[in-house]
Design a protein around this ligand. Structure first.
Ligand code: ADE
Length: 225
């Protein structure tokens, strides 16, 4: 899978994909993240990418030409399954959306800034608008990093143990059960005995029950249907 990110602040995206799982996935050639500096497509001597709002009002708006030129450049090289704009008024990002996007071959993530992008970008270039939650970030970059991480780990082969993403919280509409490691006892606090029984069937059953209990206690909305 290939993910192209268009950003006015590419430095913000330098680190998130250079470590651990995301780094290894790229080294293995399982997915590619390419960051494009919108400023390179800026207009005129000052490489302008934003401008005042028509009709007045505080805050700058990202211009259409630099974004259009960047997206058109990318589209001339390959086709894209989705052009996604990160915005607090988009569709809420969740595990089913991450699953669906992880099966695509190429997507563009467009990060907004200031007051957002000229509406014509949304009308004519963007195919999907996504929010990572009901709060406002100062730009789409951190939201894009969250999406890439959640999507990337679902691509087959990215996680060492192929099955481990299947047991994530949300993957089957349940929260993940508690986990323990050594020592067996710390400060008088013992791990549940069942986990040492060696009985795989009973352990799976225990984990499933704990998942249900945890989901009931913390996220009863997930059990509604
Ligand atoms: N840009 C600013 N806030 C955002 C959010 N919550 N989700 C996605 N992009 C954003």
């Amino acid at each position: 899978m290939r993910i192209d990110i268009i950003s006015a602040v590419p430095d913000l995206l330098e680190s998130p994909f250079q470590h651990s799982i995301m780094k290894r996935a790229q080294q293995k050639g399982l997915f590619e993240v390419i960051i494009h500096n919108l400023r390179d497509y800026g207009i005129g001597r000052h490489k302008q990418i934003d401008d005042y709002q028509f009709g007045g009002g505080a805050g700058m708006v990202m211009k259409i030409e630099p974004i259009a030129n960047c997206i058109n450049d990318l589209k001339a090289q390959r086709s894209y399954d989705e052009v996604i704009y990160l915005t607090p008024d988009g569709k809420k990002f969740d595990q089913p959306m991450a699953n669906r996007l992880s099966m695509l071959s190429s997507i563009i993530l467009l990060c907004g800034h200031y007051k957002g992008v000229d509406e014509r970008v949304r009308e004519h270039f963007v195919t999907l608008e996504v929010s990572i939650g009901d709060f406002v970030l100062s730009g789409g970059e951190l939201a894009a990093a969250v999406m890439v991480d959640a999507i990337g780990r679902l691509i087959p082969g990215v996680l060492g143990d192929e099955t481990s993403a299947l047991f994530d919280s949300f993957q089957d509409n349940l929260l993940a059960p508690p986990v323990y490691t050594r020592p067996e006892e710390y400060n008088g606090w013992r791990i549940p005995e069942i986990l040492k029984s060696g009985h795989d069937g009973k352990i799976s059953e225990w984990r499933y029950e704990e998942s249900i209990k945890r989901t009931q206690a913390r996220r009863p909305d997930m059990l509604k249907d």
